[in-house]
Write a new protein. Structure first.
Length: 204
């Protein structure tokens, strides 16, 4: 993110309509903290929105009012879509988030494409990097893998979630890295099951 949210709000206030988009985006950043999987990718997504609004501010000075408003409306529509999906994902509980990983990842990619399209339409690519983040794709995969591992470690501490994971259909579509992580963690979960069972808690 090349500019703080506070500075962006001040800057966007000079462009008709962009203040609303910035306010929505700031709210989205708070909501993202309640997302259980792909949280950092959602932060990256919102960071691109910040850069998009910032670049639009730079490229809109001197434009006639109508044209500036049209651009602001388009950006606001993109930011609203991001905010709507972020709120949807944040409202999922831990297990729901785990089972809907693929859907969430596809949604993130779709929103990235929306931002790409906005960049192309407004011809402001020269004002910003089109790359989605500072890290390469391999590093991003490793980061996601570690994030999911930490999340699953929390799940295996909950007996009800352990039972669901251990009896989940093998046909349930999940990302390959999640399957690998789940396999290793379920071994730990099995150990927890035995321990709990020996104390007559399992199945209550």
């Amino acid at each position: 993110m090349s500019i703080s949210l506070e500075d962006l709000m001040v800057k966007a206030s000079g462009i008709p309509g962009l203040g609303l988009a910035t306010s929505i985006l700031i709210a989205s950043y708070t909501t993202i903290e309640n997302i259980k999987v792909y949280k950092q990718q959602c932060r990256d997504l919102s960071g691109r929105c910040v850069n998009l609004i910032n670049a639009l501010c730079d490229s809109s000075f001197g434009l006639e009012g109508t044209k500036a408003i049209e651009r602001a409306d388009e950006i606001t529509a993109v930011v609203r879509r991001v905010d709507r999906k972020v709120n949807e994902w944040a409202n999922l509980n831990g297990l729901q988030s785990f089972l809907r990983q693929r859907e969430i990842k596809d949604g993130i990619n779709s929103l990235h494409r929306d931002i790409d399209s906005a960049m192309m339409r407004f011809q402001i690519q020269m004002h910003m990097e089109l790359a989605r983040g500072q890290v390469g794709s391999r590093a991003t995969q490793e980061r996601d893998k570690e994030e999911i591992r930490d999340f699953l470690l929390k799940i295996v501490k909950t007996t009800e979630d352990i039972k669901i994971l251990m009896h989940m259909s093998s046909s349930e579509p999940r990302p390959l890295e999640t399957v690998c992580i789940s396999h290793s963690l379920l071994q730990e979960a099995h150990g927890i099951e035995i321990f709990i069972g020996s104390h007559e808690f399992w199945g209550r």
